[in-house]
Design a protein. Structure first.
Length: 243
């Protein structure tokens, strides 16, 4: 008899780990279903990073409202690791074991479709929680929410954060001028993990046209050049910084 299990997607501002799945690890049987439930008004999803060979990489839509849920039935036995896209670097990860765990060689993914993210790092104790806390990205704006300092955009993969390509809302730091931005605009942006473990865009550059020399005098804070340094510590942050 197939069962349904619930995994809560939690934002708890009082906890040491603010964003987490509860339970983070679960063992079920083939044919059982996991229902992820967003337990408060916040933005979470669940997407696989490694799955047994032959299984599909599940990916929920972004759940933004309290009580929103998404269910997935696991038919292939083995180990599934997954994370929440907006909170991957904040450590929001989970693991589902279906039947019996998979041996590493029976798995697919890990670094996988997230571009060249975690694979090369697994040998030296790195993981996504300690991945870069800032990165450059490029994307296309869909809407600008001036009142709440958010933009909705489709961004290209951000290897330094192990983020795949995705359409999502992103918070924008105070002081970043959003008034000049319009839907369908292509931008480059600089994103940082804030102390409250929320990613915020800290700089936005329009990416149509060339590098504006007025914005880049020697000794000045040049967002484009600054971007070139990101990821230098792990050597994989350069994808897409075609300057
Ligand atoms: Cu989350």
């Amino acid at each position: 008899m197939a069962k349904e299990y619930t995994v809560k997607m939690v934002t708890n501002l009082d906890a040491e780990q603010v964003y987490y799945f509860e339970p983070a690890e679960l063992t079920i049987q083939p044919g059982d279903t996991i229902k992820w439930v967003n337990v408060q008004e916040d933005m979470h999803n669940a997407m696989a990073d490694a799955v047994p060979k032959g299984a599909e990489f599940f990916e929920s839509p972004m759940l933004e409202e309290e009580g929103a849920s998404w269910s997935y039935t696991f038919n292939t036995a083995g180990t599934y690791s997954y994370h929440c896209h907006p909170h991957a670097a904040a450590g929001m990860k989970g693991m589902i074991t279906v039947g019996a765990p998979s041996a590493p060689e029976e798995m697919q993914g890990g670094a996988h479709n997230h571009d060249h993210g975690a694979h090369g790092h697994s040998n030296h104790g790195d993981n996504k929680a300690s991945a870069s806390k800032s990165a450059m990205g490029t994307g296309v704006i869909h809407s600008v929410d001036l009142a709440n300092n958010k933009i909705n955009l489709s961004h290209e993969p951000i290897p330094a954060l192990s983020w795949p390509e995705m359409t999502m809302d992103l918070d924008v730091a105070e002081g970043v001028d959003l008034k000049a931005l319009a839907p369908d605009e292509k931008i480059k942006f600089h994103i940082e993990l804030d102390d409250d473990k929320v990613y915020r865009i800290t700089k936005i550059m329009k990416s149509n046209g060339q590098h504006d020399p007025k914005q880049c005098k020697p000794g000045m804070d040049c967002p484009m050049h600054e971007g070139m340094k990101h990821g230098g510590d792990n050597g994989d942050g350069h994808g897409g910084h075609d300057h």
